[in-house]
Design a protein around this ligand. Sequence first.
Ligand code: NAD
Length: 292
Amino acid sequence: LPEQEAFDIEYWLLEEAKLQRMPKPKSLAGRIAIVTGGAGGIGMATAERYLSEGACAVLADIDAEALGKAKEALVQRYGRDMVRSVEMNVTSEEAVAAAYADMAVEFGGVDIVVSNAGIASSAKVEDTTLELWNKNMSILSTGYFLVAREAFRVLKAQGIGGSMVFVASKNGLAASPGASAYCTAKASEIHLARCLALEGAPEGIRVNVVNPDAVLRGSKIWTGEWLDQRAATYGTDKEGLEEMYRDRSLLKRSVLPEDIAEACYFFAADTSAKSTGNILNVDAGNVQAFTR
Ligand code: NAD
């Protein structure tokens, strides 16, 4: 090689080696994310995934005690400047609007909204009281609407697009025995997301859905009365249920909060910039197993 060319190549290789050693920029650096149900299993794992990519995270939850613990755990790992919490009932218009107003003051806005706060319930239709039906509709269907409506108001005013992720459920697509109120509410979340994807697209606001199958580990849903009812439906206990869900999945794997968090990360990050109105089932193949 001519001397100059050899020198250029050597110089380029040295520069390249330096770049390799430099820390990679984090994919969500500078972004602000709010996660409803952030004190729960899936919500906290999702907030942590965002924090690990450099975003600031706001945990929003109705459970003050769990919220305090979740926030402190994340502050320990990512620093006080990166994590906030807000006590909020997703069924209250005022509380939801106040949470976004707080975020505007604390962080100057929001980029990523994860609607995830939820409950589970189990009852055959003839035993489903109007109260139970309304509770499911109020926290799931209406709660997701209120969080999204305020998100749209804020994101449109900011004018720089944004990403919403709905954590719905496999049960919003596939029926589950003795859970018609929950399944119907979850189906409405999925359809709301599709409608909002249509409305948000012209403003660069993307709306996508992540559908978990049963996530038993880390989830507060899988405790108390609902766990007992579910276990009774299938004549087993918590371990038996987890085994059952794993065995009936195509991949024979249990779904964990971190698996859902990874899908929520995909829809928040720019790698999914061309996805909206999509549904990602994180179910180890369970939906397909149902419909084969
Ligand atoms: P979790 O109970 O661990 O977390 C849910 C959180 O939502 C809790 O911290 C709870 O305090 C909060 N919450 C409940 N009602 C609220 C309200 N009105 N306002 C604000 N916060 C409220 O459960 P999870 O497993 O992390 O569930 C998260 C989401 O995933 C829910 O929407 C749930 O329906 C959905 N999901 C869970 C599973 C599963 O098996 N765990 C399966 C499919 C879908």
